[in-house]
Design a protein around this ligand. Structure first.
Ligand code: RAM
Length: 924
């Protein structure tokens, strides 16, 4: 007994000494973890944040394996110097014991209007060692309430008919050293602000499109460096945008309830070093005149007459004696809120790849890429020469531009339909009239087009490849992912998907950048997961989902397009489209761990499901559009609509559960169960194992939403595969079924069959488009319609999810599933994804009889990795057995995969490739 105590005592002492040692090491030795990637509300150093308690995020970099955060501290200060000195006057979270590093809610008092907030983070690693502080990051509160705004709305005219774009100007003087200056403005439909002769900021087509009678967005610019001592001049040019649509088309935006002539609210806040502040606001002191943009339409294009320029109008000292006083007008009916998302920018300039002259004097510039944007013209010639630029994506047999399809919905003014044979009204056409002095460089400001070709007429002399360049515009979301593999066709599909998505993100997700530019809800949700893998659309989706919420009628109905002038409630909607309102918030939860978006819209999400219940009969919903543009017959509407109804009920149930609404959770879970029973009862045929009419979409709907009873699942999958095989390995689906098909095959163990479908080159397939020259995705399998639609784009998400095998296993990729699929003839694939928790990489290669898989997952996450192998014993990691490698734990053998748990870091797994079940000729 005594010996025992002795021994214990010694052990205790030793342990204590060890503890002291690590403790002192803890203070001396810093962790190798570095904190980077600071973001506020999904944005990097944003200005103009309305959210009173924004959410913060950071990531960790570490050289060590299996590293994680055990605690964090956020310090927020009103000045950068204060933050340097570690004074958290706005917030000091103190040391918070937590592994949370995303969606961390700012815990300080809501910042007053215009207040800057500098912040930084440090973390403690798994051994309790602190990191150094991150580099400082920044956000700034906007002007969140009407009381924060001093000015009044001003305009040149109240006339809504097509008028020259107004210029508005105001001079003011600055005396003293300026500490900081901010320009807040909302100029509807579009604005371009200029200060002392230079454009303010690098945004274009500001502010983002909203239903202006519900909400209008203001933009914040840092103009500190653009001010100068003495006299200054602020000028703003206004375009019609979506606010004053005068082009008549099917969706009657010309009759939009918000329609009014362009108007402006602006506020320039100047803070001097000596503590004085000054604001210059819009009021009747501003002067106005028509500008050189003599005509502008979001659909039809822009006309610029350089002879109408007013040189110096945006500089001090300009004689505006002949200008009128601006008139004070009523504000738009919507609330003013911050544009809390990436702006639209010109992100690339493309030089044409080819120039032809299909007819004398008609020049055709081929950009080699379908895109959204506009042309930049560079020419010289006599004053008054009018150059016309027409944009499109197809050519007529004679090599000239073919706008027929994309202009199909445009009507002559006043006519409900375009009479047969009537000339096509102006569409996607810009004109430029030369002033005749030197080289003139111009691009339109208040419109954008979808095009690969620009057809130019009226040029004073023969052009070169430098006469017209393409300026690519879209909401400037950062890239989040990369995918490539050994099959070049798939890489081209990936390229086309990225371009199609960017072409269709113009402050709202659109269907196409030319014909409609509409926020079709179905297209948006079908493309959303792809968007998340490829880019960072979370802030943009947060804004658009708000637009959708604001489009809901008291009945719970949603329109097929958002924003809508009132069109789209009677046709073009239904659960398969409307469910964007539930699915996209749910994706933001799954991919970013965002619960706030669910919380914000929960009541209306529930209202929507209740609306569907009111339209259901015995659990079946038979309203709205069904699977869209399939190559042949597809599932009846009631099949696809009820599928979405079921999923919507489940989303409400799960959201209720997350938000602690237990009664609702139970109620909507029960509802979902009733829908599921009704679905099977009505559509499932036990004799054949088919659903409804047995189409791929019908079967895939059931499987995709897990509606099929477990007992019958394998049979339904088999039937689906048989149908694919019967069609020579082709899909037979429209936009709904296509998204389900590949995923259902993946989730039911046949990614090889999905791969065969995805890598086809004959009709109907993505490869067929590519073979026909597609550089973006098309609207229909036969290629007859738009050639820049994103609604078939989930195939790219499937590349990440299936081929690279990257998926979230817990919300926000806090836990990651890596399950690559070496299928078909692929010999390698690589996916990389910047998740909200940091960069994930999965790269595999079949070489010399081995399957090599390199996986990187960020610190503060864990992953479960599926290595195709017969047993754990046959898998190595680095130089030794995988199950003994640092950071690796063998979990189980599942079918043909050894499943390992890993902590953060980079791992190199390798296994014999002898029996990869789905590789090579499998599935054929
Ligand atoms: C077309 C749109 C869109 C689709 C609707 C139903 O006009 O371009 O892609 O969602 O129809």
């Amino acid at each position: 007994m005594k010996a025992m105590t002795m021994r214990l005592g010694t052990t205790c002492l030793l342990a204590l000494a060890a503890l002291l040692l690590t403790a002192s090491a803890g203070t001396a030795a810093r962790t190798s973890m570095r904190v980077t990637g600071l973001q506020c509300e999904y944005l990097v150093n944003p200005r103009g944040i309305d959210t009173p308690r924004p959410r913060l995020r950071w990531v960790h970099e570490s050289r060590e394996r299996a590293q994680r955060q055990t605690a964090y501290q956020v310090l927020a200060a009103s000045t950068e110097a204060g933050l340097d000195e570690e004074q958290g006057d706005l917030w000091d979270s103190g040391k918070v014991v937590s592994d949370q590093s995303a969606q961390v809610v700012f815990g300080g008092e809501p910042l007053p209007a215009g207040q800057a907030c500098w912040w930084k983070v440090r973390v403690w690693d798994q051994d309790g060692r602190a990191s150094s502080w991150s580099r400082p990051a920044y956000w700034e509160r906007g002007l969140p309430t009407p009381a924060d705004w001093g000015g009044r709305w001003i305009a040149r005219t109240a006339e809504t008919s097509a008028q020259p774009a107004p210029l508005l100007r105001r001079e003011f003087s600055i005396d003293g050293k300026v500490r900081r200056a901010r320009l807040y403005l909302c100029g509807l439909g579009y604005h371009e602000a200029r200060l002392n002769g230079a454009k303010v900021g690098d945004h274009v087509l500001d502010p983002g499109y909203t239903r202006y009678d519900r909400r209008a967005l203001y933009v914040t610019h840092d103009v500190t460096d653009q001010l100068r001592q003495g006299q200054n001049a602020l000028g703003v040019m206004l375009g019609n945008g979506w606010y004053n649509v005068h082009t008549v088309a099917v969706w009657y935006f010309d009759k939009a309830p918000w329609r009014a002539a362009p108007k402006l609210l602006a506020e320039l806040r100047v803070e001097y070093d000596d503590g004085r502040t000054e604001t210059i606001v819009t009021d009747e002191q501003w002067k106005t005149a028509p500008g050189p943009v003599v005509w502008d339409s979001i659909y039809a294009g822009e006309s610029y007459d350089a002879r109408q320029e007013k040189p110096g109008w945006d500089r001090p000292g300009y004689n505006d004696g002949a200008w009128e006083a601006a008139r004070v007008v009523s504000p738009p009916a919507g609330v003013l809120s911050a544009q809390q998302m990436e702006p639209i920018r010109v992100t690339q300039t493309l030089r044409p790849v080819k120039l032809t002259e299909p007819k004398p004097g008609v020049y055709l510039f081929d950009m080699g890429q379908n895109l959204s944007g506009r042309a930049r013209l560079q020419i010289s010639g006599p004053a008054g020469t009018e150059v016309t630029l027409k944009y499109g994506e197809k050519l007529l047999p004679d090599g000239t531009l073919d706008q027929r399809e994309i202009a199909v919905h445009i009507r002559p003014f006043g006519a409900p339909e375009r009479p047969a044979g009537a000339p096509q009204p102006r569409f996607q056409t810009d004109t430029y009239t030369l002033k005749g002095r030197g080289t003139e460089t111009w691009e339109p400001r208040f419109t954008y087009h979808g095009f690969q070709y620009v057809q130019v007429t009226g040029l004073p002399r023969k052009p070169s490849l430098d006469t017209v360049h393409a300026r690519v515009t879209h909401t400037d979301v950062r890239s989040a992912g990369e995918f490539a593999c050994s099959n070049p066709l798939l890489n081209r599909i990936q390229h086309a998907t990225r371009w199609a998505f960017l072409s269709n993100l113009a402050s709202i997700p659109t269907d196409c950048p030319h014909r409609e530019k509409n926020g079709w809800t179905g297209d948006a949700h079908l493309a959303a997961e792809q968007a998340i893998y490829n880019f960072h659309p979370a802030a943009a989706y947060t804004k658009w989902i708000q637009d959708v919420a604001e489009a809901m009628r008291p009945s719970g109905e949603l329109p097929g397009i958002v924003p809508s002038s009132g069109w789209g409630y009677d046709w073009g909607n239904g659960p398969a489209w409307d469910s964007a309102f539930l699915l996209i918030p749910w994706y933001l939860y799954e991919y970013y761990g965002d619960t706030r978006i669910l919380e914000r819209h929960y009541d209306q999400m529930r209202q929507y499901v209740d609306y569907l219940t009111s339209r259901s009969q015995n659990g079946i919903v038979n309203i709205g559009l069904g699977d869209w543009v399939p190559p042949g017959p597809t599932a009846p509407v009631e099949v696809t609509s009820t599928g979405y109804y079921y999923e919507d009920a489940r989303i409400v149930a799960r959201a209720a559960d997350l938000l602690g609404k237990k009664d609702d959770a139970a109620k909507y879970t029960a509802l979902a169960e009733r829908i599921r029973a009704a679905f099977n009862e009505r559509f499932f045929k036990a004799e054949t194992g088919l659903y409804s009419n047995g189409t791929q979409t019908a079967l895939a709907t059931a499987l995709n939403w897990n509606l099929t009873p477990e007992l019958h699942r394998r049979r339904v999958v088999r039937n689906l595969i048989m149908d694919v095989q019967k069609k020579g390995g082709h899909l037979d689906t429209g936009i709904l079924g296509t998204k389900y098909l590949l995923n259902v095959l993946l989730d039911n163990g046949r990614p090889d069959v999905a791969y065969r479908v995805a890598s086809q080159t004959t009709y109907p397939s993505w490869g067929h488009w590519i073979e026909r020259g597609a550089t973006t995705l098309w609207e229909t399998w036969n290629g007859a319609d738009s050639q820049n639609h994103i609604m078939f784009g989930d195939v790219s998400a499937w590349f990440y999810r299936a081929l690279a095998g990257i998926r979230p296993a817990a919300p926000g990729f806090k836990r990651i599933r890596i399950q690559p699929q070496p299928v078909g003839d692929l010999t390698w694939a690589r996916g990389a994804y910047d998740s909200i928790h940091g960069r994930i990489v999965s790269e595999w290669r079949l070489e010399d009889g081995r399957f090599d898989l390199t996986v990187t997952i960020p610190a503060n996450t864990t992953a479960v990795v599926y290595v195709p192998a017969e047993s754990a014993a046959s898998v190595t990691e680095g130089d030794g057995p995988a199950d003994r490698a640092k950071g690796v734990r063998f979990q189980r053998q599942e079918g043909g995969s050894a499943v390992f748990e890993i902590g953060s870091g980079t791992y190199r797994f390798s296994a014999p490739a002898a029996r990869l079940p789905l590789a090579a000729s499998a599935g054929k």
